[in-house]
Design a protein around this ligand. Structure first.
Ligand code: VTB
Length: 318
């Protein structure tokens, strides 16, 4: 069983990442922003009593100097856990100072996460009030009808978040015709998946094609929130098929449900870097900064929003 205190430890990790890359907001340098977040996250993981292995990370060892897939993190003494990280989800939005970037991490018992290759995944995600109503194989209009029925509202009341990409033009048309409202985003589809599962966030569904690793992180969050998610890998080349095969994936059309992507006693934490639908971004003031985070655990489904005030004179790292 996962030590429940780990949840509160994890929020320090995402706070540290957000505080570090928060300095890079709007500077037009997404590489440095990502690097700052990754380094801070890795450093703060060292003080946590876990033997962690990164299974969703910044990339393979040769392409990512830190938090690469297979990297061992934590003090090395505590329980064995698998780790999914995105130290800065939405590097471009952070670099441009747009809304919706977060620092995020999830923990599961060994083997709890789908080892998703870095490729595309088609996703649909909703909150607890629409659990069981979605089916990724159905047309968008049908899913909207079912979600509206489950929520006891009109399709016109629903807001769907979709990445603003030409690949979604057809889906956007269909959703508009069906009558729902759309919120197009330039990047970062993990935060809106979480927002879809939080009542009154203003977001009802996430739909469309984004990254598969981001899909696993969203699934981890939705397990904690009692939401519902389905994902299907989208193969763009034979090389991707080979890579997936080497990671043990045989059924290329498989629909992954929430617990196929994140199962067991999952712990999830995220801190806002720039303002979003769910989390406020890092706000600096003389001598310190405030952060806004969400931290939760699937076993108990306790969801905590944490507003923290950090005093830099006592925290020399920032
Ligand atoms: C997706 C999405 C991420 O980058 O991976 C996207 O899941 C990349 O999509 O949240 P494109 O290849 O179409 O640019 C993010 O938005 C992260 O920035």
């Amino acid at each position: 069983m996962m030590d429940r205190n780990l949840a509160l430890e994890l929020v320090r990790v995402t706070e540290a990442a957000a505080l570090s890359c928060g300095r890079w907001v709007g500077k037009g340098d997404k590489t440095s922003a990502d690097h700052a977040a990754t380094e801070a996250m890795r450093r703060s993981l060292e003080s946590i009593e876990i033997s962690g292995t990164v299974v969703i990370g910044e990339g393979e060892m040769d392409e990512a100097p830190m938090l690469y897939i297979g990297e061992k993190v934590g003090s090395g003494n505590g329980q064995q856990v698998d780790i999914a990280v995105d130290p800065l989800e939405g590097t471009s939005i952070c670099a441009k100072g747009l809304s919706g970037s977060i620092a995020t991490i999830a923990l599961a018992p060994r083997g709890g996460f789908l080892h998703a290759p870095d490729m595309y995944m088609e996703k649909i995600a909703v909150g607890p009030s629409a659990k069981g109503a979605i089916d990724i194989n159905l047309p968008p209009a049908e899913n909207l009808k079912r979600v509206a029925a489950a929520k006891g509202c009109h399709i016109e009341d629903l807001t769907v978040v979709i990445l603003d990409r030409p690949r979604h033009d057809h889906m956007v048309d269909e959703i508009r015709k069906a009558g729902a409202r759309i919120h197009l985003i330039s990047d970062g589809d993990v935060a809106p998946a979480i927002a879809a599962a939080v009542e009154n966030s203003g977001i009802d569904l996430l739909m469309g094609i984004g990254g598969a690793p981001e899909g696993v992180l969203a699934a981890a969050a939705l397990q904690c929130l009692g939401g519902d998610m389905q994902g299907r890998l989208v193969f763009m080349s034979n090389e991707e098929r080979d890579r997936a095969r080497s990671m043990g994936i045989t059924d290329f059309d498989r629909v992954y449900h929430g617990d196929d992507m994140a199962c067991g006693d999952v712990v999830f934490a995220a801190t806002g870097v720039t303002n979003g639908d769910l989390l406020k971004g890092v706000r600096y003031f003389a001598g310190g900064a405030e952060t806004h985070s969400i931290v939760m655990r699937s076993k108990t489904r306790t969801v905590r929003f944490i507003e923290a005030r950090h005093c830099f004179s006592s925290k020399p790292n920032y």
